[in-house]
Every structure is written in structure tokens, then in C-alpha cells.
Design a protein around this ligand. Structure first.
Ligand code: XMP
Length: 560
């Protein structure tokens, strides 16, 4: 049973962040609180073991994906801006460079170019699309606009089968093209290693291990792309492949112990995988010096609070303070209908509750946070480009700068799938590790219009059915998210001999790699039928169910 107050023996508490809440909210909290950023970059793997492929970012939407693919080859990889000075690259111990794609044209004024060290350090270089054009332009070849933008599938034929880049690759392989410019003349010293019907220089290389690919090996539409990237990392750059989550955990434990010393850490728990992994990692390192705080905002799914608390208190034995603040949040949300206003209200209320609870703990030195690598990259790039804000995922209002907490972000250099692997290494329950992302504002942004207790109950019941049926159909892990939305539309129905006038529930199920883009899942019809039948039969107040068949973009995953 959940208790409103911490048990008396609970001398400490913890807070971890929800999947999303933590990523944005606490980062902001810590900043507002004057928290310090750790500089863990040089500590990702100790000393000589660290081997990095550095991706030079020219702004492609796929840049981060390149880094992720390289990591999947057990090689540590970081993405840096194209104007990063060499001094900042040295601590990474680079073994090779990848130049990403990008939207510019090399012959335009001000087009970004590769820094001189790319060509001067005698390290292997792989240019992808725009990256290849940059190499061509800078080393004396010729790039021109193509008569027609080439976008889509092509077949790559390798003409130099001995190139280590093509080891274990079929001599003809499907690849994905997306470019408006093309290589007209390769730079001196380069030869064509592969061609497609339209690109005589689909792959080029020279004897100094500088290569260019006209296509995108990082996207799923290039099925053997990972083999090419792996060949580059292992065979050409000579990386040993020592980036494993086991090595990460081992190193993190030492690092966290060193960073925290005898200090006290708080962590906000949400039930999400990121906050759970942060908590578990820190708990392994410093035990009871960590306190978790778990705020129930009343916007959680059915049984979520109980399950989360059970895992952290009972199974993992962590100091966990539980606060049932549902009533406060509901009151705060009264008559709020605008999505952004909902987020703001929830964020502000959360900070109030968090502060109150943190204040009861006594001395606290560190705030743990589940910031992931994509967030680090996103915040770095939004600083320079003033990215348009589509939705406020930061649930933070004003925060009094009373506390001075240092920030501890052990997952700062990990991708989501790596976080899950770390969770497995640490022995977290599978159910927690494979939990689909859940937004910080919870069910409030899945209820269109005002949030009320009655609507929350309706949505919880419908959502429960969706989750159970998706799990029964063994689709839960394959889907990025699957859930119900309670719309503010009411429609007429008939049940037995009676006319009904009930709510319309929408079902959303999407596949995605990173939530930046998503596609609606082609769920089997009978599964949809079962979900629909069960909802209208079992959830009072609902008499119609629809399935959302829009992708992102142009829609978003959540409805608000
Ligand atoms: P959208 O709806 O923007 O969602 O396609 C992308 C991902 O972010 C989650 N999401 C949020 N997470 N606070 C959060 O912590 C928010 O306000 C929020 N809005 C959306 C969403 O569930 C999806 O995974």
C-alpha cells in the first residue's frame, strides 16, 4: 500500500526523473539552482582504453543516428559541431572522423567546411553525403548541382571488392540516397570504389584512408549500412570495440564514488527507465547516501505508483520518499484547457512539491538527473540556433535559487537503448527496462480539455485495456508508445435498446527510433477490434473508439 508520508525509518529520500520529466525538468532545476555541470567527457572510458570515432556535424537530421550506429558496433562515438577546435577533440582519443551530411551546398558562400585537422592528423575520414562533398571540395575535386534531386532507393555496385570498407558486404546492395548536389570530379588521388545507376562515384577513397559515401549508411533503408560503418570503425580506424555497457557500469561506479565522496544525492523517481537506471547506478555506487523522491501527481496510469514504489522500496531497498500530491495537481489543473498551460501548471506544481520534500531531507549536495545524450546534443544545438519550440517539454516555471546543488548525470553520454542495456546489467526488472516512454505531464496531455477526476478514471480504464491487449499480442516492446486518448468529443451510440451519448476514445500506437519522427503502427485489425470492443463494453461513458493513422510529422505523438 502506498503511504502518503515517508515511513519513520526513512531517513533519506530519493528523486529520480521520469523518462521525460527528468531529462528536461531537473536539468533546468539544477541550472536554476546554480548547479554545476560535471565534465564527464574524458571519463567515459578510462585512459588508454578510450577509443572514439568523432562525428563532425554539418546539421543533417541523421547525424545523431550515425553516432548511434557506431556505438552499436561497440565503439564509443561523439557528435561535435564542425567548428570544434582540435584542443577539444584531443581528450576523446579520436581514432577516426566521420563527416556528417547536411543541408548546405559546398559552393554556397559560408557553407560549413571541415576543420584543417581532419586532413592533417593522418586519421581515417569517412564523409557521408554532404561530408563527401566537403572532402571533394576541400581536396580539389568538383561538386555541382544535380539536374534532379536524388531521393530514395538505389543499388550500390562495388567496383573495388578488396576495399576493407566493403568486407562482408554483398557486391550489390540497396542503399538510400538523399542529395541535391553530386560529385562531378573526384579530388586528385581518389578512385571510385562503387557506383549506382546515377552516381559513378557513389563511394570514393584514397590511399590515406579518406573515404566518401554519396548515400546514407546510417538509415534503416540502407540495410547493410551498419556493416560499412563497422568496417570503417574496426578495420580502417582499428578500434577494438571495447565500448560495452559492462565497461560503462564499472567505470561509472568508480566515477560516481569519486564525484560524490561523502556527499548526499537526491533523485526524482518517475517509474520511467531513465530515472530507474540513474537511481540504481548511483545506489550501487554510494548506497544510502542516495535518497529518491517519488511524487505522485495523480496523472499516472493505473497501478503505476504502487508498482514503482514497490520496486524501489522493496526490491531494490532504496531510500524512497513517496508523496501523494494528486489532489494538489488536480486543483491546480481546474479549468485549464490549453496544452501549454497544462504543462506549465504541472511543472510549477511539481517543483513546489519537490522543493518541499527536498527541504525535509536535510543536507543535500547533488541532484541526480537522467539526461541522455540526445538531450545534451539538442540543448547544445538549440543554444546556437534558437530552435523553434513546438511543445514545451520542460515543465519548469520560475524556481527560487535557494539551494546549491551540483548536478550528477551518469547517463549523459548514452542513448536510450544503451540505458536499457545498463539497466539489464544492473539487474533492474525487465518490466521497468522495457517500459514505453511516458510524458512528465502524464495523462493530463492525453485528456483533451479540462482534466477532471472522472475523466482520469475513464482514461485509466481505457489505457489499461490498450496496454494489456498490446502486451498480450506481444507488441509492447516493438512499439515506441501505445496508449489511449480521451477526446472532448461526444457522440451518439446505441447499446441494447438504449441510445447512448458518450466519449470518443482515440488509440495511438507508433513506431519510432527517437521520437523525433514516428510512424503509426499497422496494428492487426483483430487486435484493434478487441481493444475497441473491450473499451466500449468495459469503460462506462465511452461509446466510440477510433485509431489515429497519422505519422509524425505532420502530427506529434501526443495529442497535446
Ligand atoms: P511529441 O508529442 O512531441 O512527443 O511527438 C515526443 C515524445 O516526448 C514525449 N512528450 C513529453 N515528455 N513532457 C515530457 O516529459 C512533455 O511535456 C512531453 N510531451 C511529449 C512523448 O510522450 C513522446 O515520447
Amino acid at each position: 500500500m502506498i503511504q502518503d508520508k515517508p515511513e519513520p525509518q526513512d531517513s533519506s529520500h530519493r528523486i529520480a526523473t521520469s523518462d521525460d520529466i527528468e531529462v528536461s525538468t531537473y536539468l533546468e532545476i539544477a541550472k536554476e539552482l546554480g548547479g554545476e555541470q560535471p565534465s564527464p567527457r574524458s571519463e567515459v572510458l578510462p585512459g588508454a582504453e578510450r577509443e572514439t570515432i568523432v562525428v563532425i556535424d554539418f546539421g543533417s537530421q541523421y547525424s545523431l543516428l550515425i553516432a548511434r550506429r557506431i556505438r552499436e558496433c561497440q565503439v564509443y562515438c561523439e557528435l561535435v559541431s564542425h567548428d570544434t577546435p582540435w584542443e577539444k577533440i584531443i581528450p576523446l582519443n579520436p581514432k577516426g572522423f566521420i563527416l556528417s551530411g547536411g543541408p548546405a551546398s559546398v559552393y554556397e558562400d559560408g557553407a560549413p567546411m571541415a576543420p584543417a585537422y581532419i586532413y592533417e592528423k593522418n586519421l581515417p575520414v569517412l564523409g557521408i553525403c554532404y561530408g563527401m562533398q566537403v572532402i571533394t571540395h576541400q581536396l580539389g575535386g568538383k561538386v555541382t548541382p544535380a539536374a534532379k534531386r536524388e531521393y530514395g532507393h538505389a543499388i550500390l555496385h562495388t567496383s573495388n571488392v578488396d576495399s576493407p570498407l566493403f568486407a562482408d558486404l554483398d557486391t550489390s546492395a540497396p542503399v538510400w540516397m538523399s542529395h541535391g548536389d553530386q560529385i562531378e570530379e573526384m579530388p586528385p588521388g581518389f578512385t571510385s570504389l562503387a557506383y549506382t545507376e546515377t552516381s559513378p562515384f557513389a563511394v570514393m577513397g584514397n590511399d590515406r584512408n579518406i573515404f566518401g559515401l554519396q548515400f546514407h549508411p546510417e538509415v534503416v533503408h540502407t540495410p547493410q549500412g551498419k556493416t560499412i560503418l563497422k568496417n570503417f570503425a574496426h578495420r580502417i580506424c582499428g578500434c577494438r570495440g571495447n565500448w560495452t555497457m559492462g565497461s560503462f557500469v564499472k567505470d561509472s561506479l568508480v566515477r560516481i564514488k569519486k564525484q560524490v565522496g561523502t556527499g548526499k544525492v537526491i533523485n526524482a523517481l518517475s517509474g520511467g527507465v531513465d530515472s530507474a537506471v540513474v537511481a540504481s547506478l548511483i545506489h550501487h555506487a554510494i548506497g544510502d547516501q542516495l535518497t529518491c523522491i517519488f511524487v505522485n501527481n495523480g496523472l499516472l496510469r493505473r497501478e503505476e505508483a504502487e508498482r514503482t514504489l514497490n520496486v524501489f522500496r522493496r526490491n531494490l531497498g532504496m531510500n524512497t520518499t513517496y508523496v501523494d500530491a494528486s489532489q494538489r495537481f488536480l486543483e491546480r489543473l481546474k479549468e485549464v484547457t490549453d496544452p501549454e498551460a497544462k504543462r506549465k501548471a504541472i511543472g510549477e506544481e511539481f517543483i513546489k512539491v519537490f522543493e518541499e520534500e527536498a527541504g525535509k531531507i536535510g543536507r543535500v549536495d547533488f541532484l541526480a538527473q537522467g539526461t541522455l545524450y540526445p538531450d545534451v546534443i539538442e540543448s547544445a544545438s538549440s543554444g546556437s540556433k534558437a530552435a523553434a519550440k513546438i511543445k514545451t517539454h520542460h515543465n519548469v516555471g520560475g524556481l527560487p535559487a535557494r539551494m546549491t546543488l551540483k548536478l550528477i548525470e551518469p547517463l549523459r553520454y548514452l542513448f536510450k537503448d544503451e540505458v536499457r542495456q545498463v539497466g539489464l546489467e544492473l539487474g533492474l526488472p525487465e518490466e521497468m527496462i522495457w517500459r514505453q516512454p511516458f510524458p512528465g505531464p502524464g495523462l493530463a496531455i492525453r485528456i483533451i480539455g479540462e482534466v477532471t477526476r472522472e475523466k482520469l478514471e475513464i482514461l485509466r480504464s481505457a489505457d489499461w485495456i490498450v496496454m494489456n491487449e498490446i502486451k498480450k499480442a506481444q507488441l509492447y516492446r516493438q512499439l515506441w508508445q501505445s496508449f489511449a486518448i480521451l477526446t472532448d468529443v461526444k457522440s451518439v451510440g446505441v447499446m441494447g435498446d438504449y441510445r447512448t451519448y458518450g466519449y470518443l476514445v482515440a488509440i495511438r500506437a507508433v513506431t519510432s527510433e527517437d521520437a523525433m519522427t514516428a510512424d503509426w503502427s499497422r496494428l492487426p485489425y483483430d487486435l484493434l477490434a478487441r481493444i475497441s470492443n473491450r473499451i466500449v463494453n468495459e469503460v462506462a461513458g465511452v461509446n466510440r473508439v477510433v485509431y489515429d493513422i497519422t505519422s509524425k510529422p505532420p502530427s506529434t505523438i501526443e495529442w497535446e
